[in-house]
Design a binder for this molecule. Structure first.
Ligand code: NAD
Length: 288
């Protein structure tokens, strides 16, 4: 396939940026891929495994001449990074991000974006519990959704060009407004991660059970349910701080439902439990 962009700059070389580089390379979607990383270890690893065409420690060099710039750092760092790259962005370039929260990222990034640059926020609904430059793989986005939340007035041609790149990496693209994105993701991703982290915390605090017993006897429930609690702490700290309202809303509803189930168990109300599990099982079975 012909390249969609001549020069792509990836800012932050972790799971998502690494997977993008490998997917773009596999399908020949970029003339050149440049990667910026802050830490010498990440740069050395990226060079060693040939993750991108060129690795640099200069954010200005990475961005200069790039017709697509991708911010792939934790959501709490997006604003600072946008401020650093702004003076070096090429007129007519597209700037996107892959952050798990959209409204807060738009508020942090948009003030720094020059008039002649297309800012198209995005979020690939694809990931694993692994992080860092070695964790990426070309197939990460295949058959997954990639949501774009362009602010009003964004050039439709620039959106279509970015959507074309994303589709060519194997994902399906849909547009959504940012606050709605944040509420949907609070339900489908953010609150479940918080609950998974909490369950591991609960196991850690029961003094009559040792940590080695939890690890050794981790039955399917604990193992399946807490897989996502192995995810990167910086990324998730930022997600909760940046999607505070929506997460607190969903967490409040979760707590209310949990209290109802707790009471049903205490009162021996089997009919309530059976009806609840039947209804929720039907919903869960609809997710492949
Ligand atoms: P990662 O930890 O694998 O990589 C993030 C990289 O950003 C690291 O190399 C880190 O050193 C670098 N970084 C951190 N702060 C920085 C700063 N101030 N300046 C420059 N570099 C900095 O993380 P990831 O999973 O690739 O996540 C990147 C983004 O993608 C996050 O915003 C996250 O919310 C989003 N995202 C993650 C997933 C997932 O499942 N992991 C899924 C979709 C979207």
């Amino acid at each position: 396939m012909a390249a969609v962009y001549d020069r792509v700059a990836l800012i932050g070389l972790g799971l998502i940026a690494g997977s993008m580089s490998l997917a773009m390379r596999e399908a020949g979607l970029a003339g050149e891929i440049v990667g910026y990383a802050r830490s010498p270890e990440t740069r050395d690893t990226a060079r060693e495994i040939g993750l991108v065409d060129h690795v640099t420690d200069s954010i200005a060099e990475a961005v200069s001449g790039a017709d697509l710039v991708v911010l792939a750092v934790p959501v709490g760092a997006m604003g600072v990074v946008a401020e650093q790259i702004a003076p070096h962005l090429m007129p007519g370039a597209t700037l996107t991000d892959v952050g798990s929260v959209k409204q807060a990222v738009i508020e942090a990034v948009l003030p720094h974006v020059p008039q002649d640059v297309h800012f198209i926020p995005g979020h690939p609904l694809a990931g694993t519990e692994h992080s860092g430059p070695r964790s990426g793989f070309a197939g990460l986005f295949r058959q997954r959704w990639w949501l774009l939340t362009p602010p009003e007035g964004t050039d439709p041609g620039a959106v279509e060009r970015l959507a074309g790149l994303i589709r060519a990496m194997g994902a399906n693209v849909e547009q959504m407004d940012a606050p709605h994105h944040d509420l949907v993701l609070a339900v489908t991703s953010h609150t479940p991660h918080l609950i998974a982290y909490t369950m591991v915390g609960v196991a850690d605090h029961i003094k009559r059970i040792t940590e080695s017993e939890v690890v050794k006897y981790s039955a399917a429930g604990f193992r399946d349910f807490t897989r996502i609690a192995a995810s990167d702490p910086t990324m998730w700290r930022d997600v909760f701080l940046q999607n505070k309202e929506a997460v607190l809303d969903i967490l409040g509803r979760f707590t209310e439902e949990l209290f109802v189930l707790q009471r049903a168990i205490r009162m021996g109300d089997g009919a309530h439990l059976h009806e609840y599990f039947t209804r929720t099982r039907a919903i869960r079975r609809g997710i492949i």
